[in-house]
Ligand binder design. Structure first.
Ligand SMILES: [Zn+2]
Ligand SMILES: [Zn+2]
Length: 170
């Protein structure tokens, strides 16, 4: 969904949309939506700046860093964004705008892309490090067996780094 600023009545407006997971998936190489994403918010124009506040609710599926199994995570994210046009950015106006909890983006001055906002907010809300459980055993680097669900017969070849250096010489 895109919001065309020239169609905003009185320079402000509310928006609401429900995205199906397939509308936005994949969010990136490790994160997928696993439930519809509801976004609600308000847009307000003030001078050449646009303020967008709102909320995203959804569930995401994130790959475990060790075993790559999907892990579900609930997302409830509030956002407060500010947009300025490229020309204003170049004029240096951005220096005064850097408020701690506002994120300032440069845009074309005409449309706000809500799809991008939702994707970005979900990615910001999910953990950057994800384990399916604290003691996830991960995948065997030798044979690819998920060590949480089955044992394999590979022996851990932990090589002393000093010997590894010698081994490379032979
Ligand atoms: Zn895992
Ligand atoms: Zn193995």
């Amino acid at each position: 969904m895109r919001i065309e600023l020239e169609h905003l009545e009185g320079r402000k407006g509310d928006f609401a949309h429900i995205y199906q997971p397939e509308d936005l998936n994949p969010l990136d190489e490790r994160v997928l939506l696993s439930a519809p994403a509801t976004v609600t918010g308000k847009v307000r124009l003030a001078g050449n700046e646009v303020f967008v506040n709102g909320h995203v609710d959804t569930r995401a599926q994130i790959e475990c860093d060790r075993c790559l199994q999907p892990v579900e995570s609930t997302v409830n994210a509030d956002f407060a964004l500010e947009y300025i046009t490229g020309s204003e950015y170049e004029s240096g106006a951005v220096a005064e705008l850097t408020d701690a909890d506002m994120s300032v983006s440069v845009f074309d001055g005409n449309t706000i892309d809500v799809d991008e906002i939702v994707k970005e907010q979900v990615l910001l809300a999910v953990p950057t490090r994800m384990l399916c459980r604290e003691d996830c055993k991960g995948i065997c680097p030798e044979c690819g067996t998920d060590r949480n669900t089955g044992a394999c017969n590979c022996v851990d070849k932990e090589i002393d780094p000093r010997w590894a250096a010698l081994k490379n010489l032979s």
